[in-house]
Write a protein that binds this ligand. Structure first.
Ligand SMILES: Cc1cc2nc3c(=O)[nH]c(=O)nc-3n(C[C@H](O)[C@H](O)[C@H](O)COP(=O)(O)OP(=O)(O)OC[C@H]3O[C@@H](n4cnc5c(N)ncnc54)[C@H](O)[C@@H]3O)c2cc1C
Ligand SMILES: *[C@@H]1O[C@H](CO)[C@@H](O)[C@H](O)[C@H]1NC(C)=O
Ligand SMILES: *[C@@H]1O[C@H](CO)[C@@H](O)[C@H](O)[C@H]1NC(C)=O
Ligand SMILES: *[C@@H]1O[C@H](CO)[C@@H](O)[C@H](O)[C@H]1NC(C)=O
Ligand SMILES: *[C@@H]1O[C@H](CO)[C@@H](O)[C@H](O)[C@H]1NC(C)=O
Ligand SMILES: *[C@@H]1O[C@H](CO)[C@@H](O)[C@H](O)[C@H]1NC(C)=O
Ligand SMILES: *[C@@H]1O[C@H](CO)[C@@H](O)[C@H](O)[C@H]1NC(C)=O
Length: 536
């Protein structure tokens, strides 16, 4: 596959580097690069502290394990092809001092760092760069230390959401944390971008429940909330990963959950009034009591299931018992026709497993980092502030009828509740009061690499179709559904004006403060990627 064109490098210097760099991987024949990479390894071993040697945790293309480690957490196969640029070195630290050494040595030898926790970055930014780079993969830093008495926990950045929920559940049936549904997402990236999910209507984002953190900055210093100061602590809770340093661990406030919750999943096709129900959902879901979350997924109808090409899947999590849920649904959303038979009561942790799409399985599945399937895909996002007219959803039928719509989905995550109460400036994440729901467009799983361009064009056309009905000026987007279509940094020097194009979509006016913080804490712009906060 060719490099995606949005990664195009504008300065002649950087395209030169990119070409030379691509050559090294094939031939190892570029002496200066080979030299800096040798020097880097030597530097690491010098910084290594005798009791735990970093060399055993360091992989180059000469190691047999290099490829399997690199590929281990890549979710989007678009960034795992022969043409994808690969890191010179992968470091898998088991101690903070290894990260400090990696930062200092990378700086000394002109290498960029990409930090990876769960590897779910939808544009691959945690493991792909167009300049010579090192991946710091936090897979060995994933302990979770739960303090039930104080309803808090320290979680290392390399842990997944599934590991976090599992460890909490081992200690308590009535404590949880607001996370995503996909359990293999890493807390390193997810918390850094805010993190919405089924508990957000009740407790806000994951980032709203972080009470301390340890960050290693561009000088290799370990900072906690007190020593980093409130502005930097603000920035790392929603300003997006990879801009301010490497988060080592987070201290989080756990939230109460009932020991028994109730779930249902109902799918309606066109003959069952799918578009009418989708339209109605917009009026209902963001205004429900905070204990009830109803996710809506629009996708192509199962073949043979009546006329019309789309279906609407409603998946609910209710923090309470079944009888209350059924009566609440009858009162607030009678059109959906939910009955007691549609619902299942279960423990909190079983609901995490259910929403992760492994209903009924043993919670141990949450510890399996390989459980989600890998494919080629592209994601885009929107925010909706006014209910969209029904004909727009009706019009989606023709999109899903196209070949590219076969595995695609449009996922609607309701906001409201607690999300609307938290001020827009409280964290960098600005999509609070006034937002009915978030939209995530996914091409769906494409199995063949040669098809992907077609699917990307399709999702861009759908995004164009939706433009009149979603937020405007700016057309807001969610940083965790990263989309390089909305703008990328220049490799050499990004101006505030250039970056503010994508910056205001993700952060609105909070972008200004993020740039101020970045310019203070990382004036040399050491931590950078295609959409990192620029240092001005
Ligand atoms: C299948 C799938 C399902 C998803 N579901 C949801 C969902 O339900 N809700 C939701 O909000 N999001 C969801 N996301 C998006 C997800 O939250 C983001 O992609 C998130 O950034 C992934 O975090 P990660 O640690 O897995 O990713 P990574 O790729 O490891 O990192 C993402 C970004 O953060 C940086 N980063 C990672 N670790 C650190 C660290 N320790 N310190 C500093 N920077 C770091 C990386 O360099 C990169 O820029 C989903 C994504 C996928 C692929
Ligand atoms: C060296 O590593 C060990 C174990 O990884 C750690 O406990 C110790 O604090 C480290 N020492 C320094 C000076 O970083
Ligand atoms: C996941 O895959 C990695 C290699 O990619 C392997 O080392 C690990 O054992 C696997 N884990 C599980 C639970 O299968
Ligand atoms: C990728 O590279 C491998 C090894 O060099 C080769 O066997 C394979 O055919 C290549 N794949 C593609 C799609 O070019
Ligand atoms: C709970 O927090 C308090 C205050 O921070 C602390 O003194 C106490 O030791 C903590 N309890 C436990 C069990 O760690
Ligand atoms: C669809 O909606 C109409 C009008 O509201 C209603 O009469 C009909 O019963 C609904 N169909 C189904 C299958 O629910
Ligand atoms: C994608 O769609 C095709 C054709 O409808 C189907 O065969 C394939 O299984 C789907 N893939 C996934 C992962 O659903």
């Amino acid at each position: 596959m060719n490099k995606p064109n949005y990664r195009k490098m504008k300065s002649p210097y950087s395209s030169w580097i990119a070409i030379v760099f691509a050559t090294i991987f094939v031939s190892f024949s570029w002496p200066a690069e080979a030299q800096s990479h040798e020097n880097f390894l030597q530097c690491l071993s010098l910084h290594s502290n005798g009791s735990s040697s970093i060399s055993k945790l360091t992989y180059t293309q000469r190691n047999d394990a290099y490829t399997s480690i690199l590929e281990s957490s890549i979710q989007n196969l678009r960034f795992s092809t022969n043409a994808t640029s690969k890191p010179l070195v992968i470091v898998t630290p088991s101690h903070a001092s290894h990260i400090q050494a990696t930062i200092r040595c990378s700086k000394q030898h002109g290498l960029q760092i990409r930090t990876r926790s769960g590897g779910h970055d939808v544009e691959g930014l945690s493991y792909v760069s167009q300049v010579p780079f090192v991946v710091v993969d936090l897979v060995n830093l994933r302990s979770v230390d739960v303090d039930v008495e104080n309803s808090s926990a320290w979680v290392e950045a390399g842990a997944t959401i599934g590991e976090l929920q599992y460890r909490i559940a081992q200690k308590s049936r009535t404590l949880g944390f607001p996370t995503a549904t996909c359990h293999t997402v890493g807390v390193g990236g997810y918390f850094s971008g805010g993190g919405h999910g089924p508990l957000s209507r009740k407790y806000g984002l994951a980032a709203d429940n972080i009470i301390d953190a340890r960050l290693i900055d561009a000088n290799g210093e370990i900072l906690d909330r007190k020593s980093m100061g409130e502005d930097l602590f603000w920035a790392i809770r929603g300003g997006g990963g990879g801009s301010f340093g490497i988060v080592l661990d987070w201290k989080i406030k756990l939230v109460p959950v009932p020991s028994t919750v109730t779930v249902f999943t109902l799918t309606k096709n066109s003959e069952q009034n799918a578009t009418k129900l989708i339209h109605q959902w917009q009026l209902v879901a963001p205004n429900l009591p905070e204990d009830l979350f109803i996710l809506l997924i629009i996708s192509r109808a199962n073949p043979g299931e009546g006329k019309g090409s789309i279906q609407a899947t409603f998946t609910a999590l209710f923090l309470g018992r079944v009888d209350k849920l059924v009566s609440l649904m009858a009162e607030r959303f009678p059109e959906l026709g939910v009955t007691k038979q549609d619902c299942t009561e279960m423990s909190w942790i079983q609901s995490v497993v259910y929403l992760a799409q492994f209903p009924g399985q043993n919670p141990e599945i949450l510890l399996d980092r390989n459980a989600s399937s890998k494919s080629y895909f592209k994601v885009k996002s929107d925010y909706v502030k006014q209910p969209i007219p029904e004909f727009v959803f009706k019009g989606m039928e023709r999109w899903f009828e196209q070949e590219e719509g076969r595995n695609a989905s449009i996922n609607l995550v309701p906001y409201g509740g607690r999300m609307g109460e938290i001020p827009e400036t409280e964290t960098p994440f600005p999509h609070r009061a006034g937002n009915l729901y978030n939209v995530m467009y996914v091409t769906g799983e494409v199995e063949e690499i040669q098809d992907i361009r077609k699917y990307i064009n399709w999702i861009r056309r759908v995004y164009g179709y939706m433009a009149p009905y979603v937020s405007k000026s700016p057309r807001e987007a969610y940083i965790n559904y990263r989309d390089l279509d909305i703008g990328v940094n220049e490799e050499d020097k990004t101006s505030y004006e250039e970056a503010s194009v994508w910056g205001f979509k993700y952060f609105k006016k909070n972008f200004e403060k993020l740039v101020k913080v970045k310019s203070l804490v990382d004036p040399g712009n050491f931590f950078k990627h295609e959409q990192s906060i620029p240092s001005i």
